[in-house]
Design a binder for this molecule. Structure first.
Ligand code: PNW
Length: 462
């Protein structure tokens, strides 16, 4: 078998609207739940906001040029819903449409394929305040309208759509532990929000297939998942690891690829887990042309003992409230990123194989993968060996998974540039390109130069 990645493997990088655009109060954009969250004291480190971010709104041409110079074949970005519909339900803001038209055209002129996420967490604020956001089933109709506006205006040129980015994060971090907007803390709301997200995703998928089939694009959902290794080879730890995967990924993927929530969730969550009607099951089942995967880290899972504190382990590392009854820990030999996320390349390969086995070998795209390194100076950023090694080792394990038959078709490095890292503000830097937040100058780091060579050789150097 050749060492290369498949011939049409897609090499790209990813960003999200709120994290890079800025111009948050300009050109008719309405407020989002993240603007409100940033304005709430104590929620975001340093009181940082998305007002300027990387100023991508004004500098997108420069950014596209940089992508071209790096040889990226694809660029995944998200559309800010409140730029398209400032109140989330009514009038269209033409300036918002015009902006994304300029961006899409510019990408295509440079031979870069746009991959567009419809929702990467910046919900129009009025939908939250007046309608309870994702907790209200009405959101399904609103998301359908918004998606339709996007297909209608951009679908002649955009052929790759992602409905939702990481509904797990929006459900658990946003509605369970409250560290993301809208900052709610609850043990039942995550399941309701997740349910309505799944229905919204499916509705957008169905509308695309019904009304925009002539555009001949593909559309899917992106879920995030860590991998879980059992702490020991005891049967109950092996079961705990599997259960943890089901609470993380199968929660969202089973309804789409198998037709309902995993049995273990029904059992452990009980009546707090909403039920799909038969009609909803049919709408959700089969509603993704590909399996979008964002992956960063792995942890050890075990059956909790009496004194294990479950809650302490969920903040940012992928547990799901106490319901799953899993204790999570780290292998002390694992290196950590500056976000304290374990660097476990083999977890990436094992996760890909887990997905292939459970979901009958779907087409997979890694729509995010990356490493947080704090880079206090430009010199340190320029020599981001840790990030380069991270990309390389995760890609190596991905290629090995492909060799076992996993149908992985593309890889998007998170992220094109340093940006607003949600509740951590601007200090956790995932970017392949450095952004000097004073001057807003951009400069590719070593990892970007490495990825660029890798793309040129279709991964033969890995
Ligand atoms: C993803 N977790 O967020 C997002 O899609 C990006 O916007 C973000 O910048 C990137 O990963 C890095 O954080 C996640 O707690 C946030 O497991 C939290 C988790 C996973 C992904």
């Amino acid at each position: 078998m050749s060492k290369n990645f498949p011939e049409n493997f897609v090499w790209g990088s990813a960003t999200a609207s709120f994290q890079i655009e800025g111009a948050a109060k300009q050109y008719g954009r309405g407020a989002s739940i993240w603007d409100a969250f940033c304005a709430t004291p104590g929620k975001v480190e340093g009181g940082h906001t998305g007002d300027i971010a990387c100023d991508h709104y004004h500098r997108f041409e420069e950014d596209v040029k940089m992508m071209k110079e790096l040889g990226l074949q694809a660029y995944r970005f998200s559309i800010a819903w409140p730029r398209i519909q400032p109140d989330g339900k009514g009038e269209i803001n033409q300036e918002g449409i015009d902006f994304y038209n300029r961006l899409i055209d510019c990408l295509l002129e440079h031979g870069i394929e746009p991959w567009v996420t419809l929702y990467h967490w910046d919900l129009p604020l009025p939908l939250q305040i007046e309608h309870d956001g994702w907790l209200n089933k009405d959101i399904v109709d609103r998301f359908e309208k918004y998606s339709g506006i996007c297909f209608e205006n951009f679908g002649d040129r955009v052929k790759n759509w992602i409905t939702l980015n990481e509904p797990w994060c929006a459900a658990v971090l946003g509605h369970g532990i409250g560290v993301h907007a809208p900052g709610r803390i609850s043990s039942s709301e995550p399941y309701i929000a997740a349910h309505n997200m799944l229905l919204s995703h499916a509705r957008a998928y169905r509308v695309y297939k019904k009304d925009f089939a002539h555009q001949e694009g593909t559309i899917g959902i992106t879920n995030n998942c860590d991998f879980r290794y059992p702490l020991t080879d005891k049967a109950e730890d092996i079961a705990a690891a599997e259960r943890s995967m089901e609470f993380f990924l199968a929660w969202f993927a089973d309804p789409i690829w198998k037709g309902d929530y995993p049995a273990v969730m029904k059992e452990y969550v009980g009546e707090r887990l909403p039920e799909f009607s038969e009609e909803e099951k049919r709408e959700v089942f089969g509603s993704s042309d590909f399996f979008g995967l964002n992956h960063y880290t792995s942890m050890l899972a075990s059956e909790p003992s009496e004194d294990d504190n479950l809650v302490s382990d969920i903040a940012g590392n992928g547990g799901m409230i106490d319901d799953q009854k899993v204790f999570l820990s780290d292998d002390p030999t694992w290196e950590k990123s500056h976000m304290q996320w374990n660097i476990v390349p083999e977890g990436c390969g094992d996760l890909l194989k887990w997905i292939a086995a459970r979901y009958d070998n779907p087409i997979i795209y890694i729509t995010e993968n990356g490493c947080a390194c704090d880079e206090p100076s430009a010199e340190i950023a320029d020599n981001d060996l840790m990030r380069k090694n991270y990309y390389e080792s995760y890609l190596r394990e991905s290629r090995k998974a492909i060799e076992t038959g996993v149908d992985l078709r593309g890889y998007f490095a998170w992220s094109l540039m340093d940006n607003f890292e949600w509740s951590f503000g601007y200090n956790r830097r995932f970017g392949m390109c450095r952004v000097d937040y004073e001057t807003l100058e951009r400069k590719p780091k070593m990892s970007a130069r490495w990825l660029s060579q890798t793309i040129a050789q279709n991964g033969e150097n890995i």
